[in-house]
Design a protein around this ligand. Structure first.
Ligand code: PEP
Length: 255
C-alpha cells in the first residue's frame, strides 16, 4: 500500500481558485505509489473533479447524520456521494472544538458516511492541556471507542491522528510522538486495527518524509500546506519516497 496524501482545504479555494490550483498541481512522483485525496469546500467539488488532471480521490469535509430533512445549511452523505465524493472527513478538530461536535455526533456521522457509501476519514487528537495532563491515551481510546461500532461494517475507513495543538500552529509532533499515538489508535481499534492511520498537524515538505517513515504512519492529512499546488506536490513526492512502511500489511478492509 502506498502512503495516503490528503489535503483538507477547509474554507479556502472557491471554484475559480480550485480550478487555478489544478492547472498547476503536477507532482513529479510516480502517482501510482501514493493515494492523493482532496477535501475541497462543497461548492468547489465539481470543478475540482473536472480539472484535477492527475489520479486523485475527492471527499467532503463534513456531513449531516440524516439523509435529508429540515436542516438548513447542511449536506448529507448521500448528497455528497451523488455529487461525486468518495470520502468524508468526520470529526475534524475544527468541527469538534469550534462547532462543538460531541463524540456521539462524530459517531453518528461516521455511521452516516458508511450508510452513504463514503469512506470515513475519522479525525482524533488531544488538546494541549490533555497531553500535558498525561491524558493522551485515554483521550484517544475514548474518541476511537466512540466510532468503532459505526465503522465496523465499513468496507474501508481511515483514522487521522491530529494533535489539536499542532493544527495550523506550525507546531508538529515528532515522528516519535506520531508513532506513539498511532500505536495507541491501532490498539484501540482492536480487530479493525489494520485501517490506515494518517498523521495531521502542520505537515510541510520539510517534515513529511520523516513523519511518513515513522512506524504506523500510513500517510498525512495536510491543511495549510495543501493550499499551494507546488507545496502539496512536494508532500506527495515525499510520500512516494517514504513508500509503504505499513507494518500491518496495508489491509484496507474493515469488514
Ligand atoms: C488539518 O486541517 O487537518 C490540518 C492538519 O491543518 P494544518 O496542516 O494546517 O495544521
Amino acid at each position: 500500500m502506498g502512503k495516503v496524501i490528503a489535503g483538507n482545504w477547509k474554507m479556502h479555494h472557491g471554484p475559480a481558485a480550485a480550478a487555478a490550483f489544478f492547472s498547476r498541481f503536477r507532482p513529479r512522483a510516480a502517482l501510482d505509489s501514493v493515494e492523493i485525496l482532496f477535501f475541497p469546500p462543497d461548492l468547489s467539488l465539481a470543478v475540482s473533479m473536472e480539472t484535477v488532471g492527475v489520479p486523485a480521490g475527492f471527499g467532503v469535509q463534513n456531513i449531516h447524520p440524516e439523509k435529508a430533512g429540515p436542516f438548513t445549511g447542511e449536506t448529507s452523505g448521500e448528497m455528497a456521494r451523488e455529487a461525486g465524493a468518495r470520502f468524508a472527513l468526520i470529526g475534524h478538530s475544527e468541527r469538534r472544538h469550534i462547532f462543538g461536535e460531541s463524540d456521539a455526533e462524530v459517531s453518528a456521522k461516521a455511521g452516516a458516511a458508511v450508510r452513504a457509501g463514503l469512506v470515513p476519514v475519522i479525525c482524533v487528537g488531544e488538546l494541549l492541556e490533555e497531553r500535558r495532563a498525561g491524558l493522551l491515551e485515554p483521550v484517544l481510546r475514548r474518541q476511537i471507542g466512540a466510532i468503532v461500532a459505526s465503522v465496523a461494517t465499513a468496507s474501508r475507513f481511515m483514522v487521522a491522528y491530529e494533535p489539536v495543538w499542532a493544527i495550523g500552529t506550525g507546531e508538529t509532533a515528532t515522528p516519535g510522538d506520531a508513532a506513539e499515538a498511532h500505536a495507541i489508535v491501532r490498539s484501540a481499534l482492536g480487530e479493525l486495527g489494520a485501517a490506515p492511520i494518517l498523521y495531521g498537524g502542520s505537515v510541510k515538505p520539510g517534515n513529511a518524509a520523516s513523519l511518513m517513515t515513522a512506524p504506523d504512519v500510513d500517510g498525512v492529512l495536510v491543511g495549510g500546506a495543501s493550499l499551494d499546488p507546488d507545496v502539496f506536490a512536494r508532500i506527495a513526492e515525499a510520500g512516494a519516497t517514504a513508500g509503504s512502511g505499513d507494518p500491518v500489511g496495508g489491509t484496507w478492509s474493515a469488514g
